[in-house]
Design a protein around this ligand. Structure first.
Ligand code: SF4
Ligand code: SF4
Length: 262
């Protein structure tokens, strides 16, 4: 997360124009890669741990820390900065820049644009509306350059569309929980939330090596897809979260499992 004082309080839409260029020759190159809070999403983690050829457990242990959000009681995950004087991102190199650039997290891709989602009442429904804003930090000289963009062309250039598409459902779960009267999560649910959101290897074990598939009625084709495709497993994790957090009856318990419980 950038310095909130640098956020311009104007909501931007995809057609908003601006000028910006970030390149290796710019004086501030990598100035934005130290002393920052980078919140990670489920898809960020898949990309990063695959890039680094690590298991999710190894990646989470080495590069992240989690914090329980006071308001929602959700465990959120952040990239751990190095212990050097500048508190640099572990992936920044000098003078080369980001060493995992093609798999960098969504918030690095958006910068110097910020993205947020607003909850709105539309007729009888609550809808989620995404919007954008400029982040103008003093150290960032890219705004003084001359390359023209719209928010839409910036998003396409930074390939954030894919990240947004992957994370949208997860973010909507967080927002649907963030309503007055929702009970805080107990430690057990927080731990399951963590596994289903961030730790794909532990979630895989939970689904395939416990009684999970004996208890829940899940289509065989879906099970096979999850077995072979990590993104499908991640998305199934979102479905499980909806069930766990009692947002939606997104999973069905098998009748024989109900009978056995009685
Ligand atoms: S992940 Fe890359 S772009 Fe993001 S802060 Fe670290 S070095 Fe910079
Ligand atoms: S501070 Fe701005 S211009 Fe400089 S490297 Fe970071 S994003 Fe690019």
């Amino acid at each position: 997360m950038f310095n909130m004082k640098a956020v311009e309080p104007t909501r931007l839409d995809p057609e908003t124009k601006f000028k910006f260029r970030c390149h290796k020759g710019i004086k501030c190159f990598t100035a934005c890669c130290s002393n920052i809070n980078i919140m990670l999403t489920p898809y960020d983690i898949l990309r990063l741990k695959n890039r680094l050829k690590m298991s999710s457990e190894e990646f989470l242990g080495k590069y992240t820390f989690s914090k329980i959000d006071e308001k929602s009681s959700h465990p959120y995950l952040y990239l751990k900065m190095s212990k050097d004087e500048k508190q640099s991102c572990p992936f920044v190199t000098f003078p080369g820049g980001c060493e995992i650039y093609t798999d960098r997290p969504a918030s690095c891709r958006y910068y110097p644009i910020g993205q947020a989602t607003l909850k709105k009442q539309k007729d009888d429904e609550i809808v989620h509306e995404e919007f954008y804003f400029f982040v103008r930090e003093e150290h960032c000289l890219g705004y003084k350059e001359d390359t023209p963009w719209t928010i839409a062309s910036w998003r396409a250039d930074q390939e954030v569309n894919l990240y947004d598409e992957m994370n949208r459902e997860w973010k909507s779960i967080l927002m649907r929980r963030d309503l007055p009267g929702k009970e805080p999560l107990d430690p057990q649910k927080q731990s399951q939330f963590y596994i289903a959101s961030y730790d794909i290897h532990a979630f895989r074990r939970f689904v395939f090596e416990s009684r999970f598939l004996d208890v829940f009625d899940i289509d065989k084709k879906e099970v096979e897809k999850m077995r072979n495709d990590e993104v499908a497993l991640m998305k199934f994790g979102f479905n499980y979260l909806k069930y766990l957090l009692m947002i939606e009856e997104s999973l069905k318990v098998k009748p024989e499992a109900i009978k056995a419980k009685k």
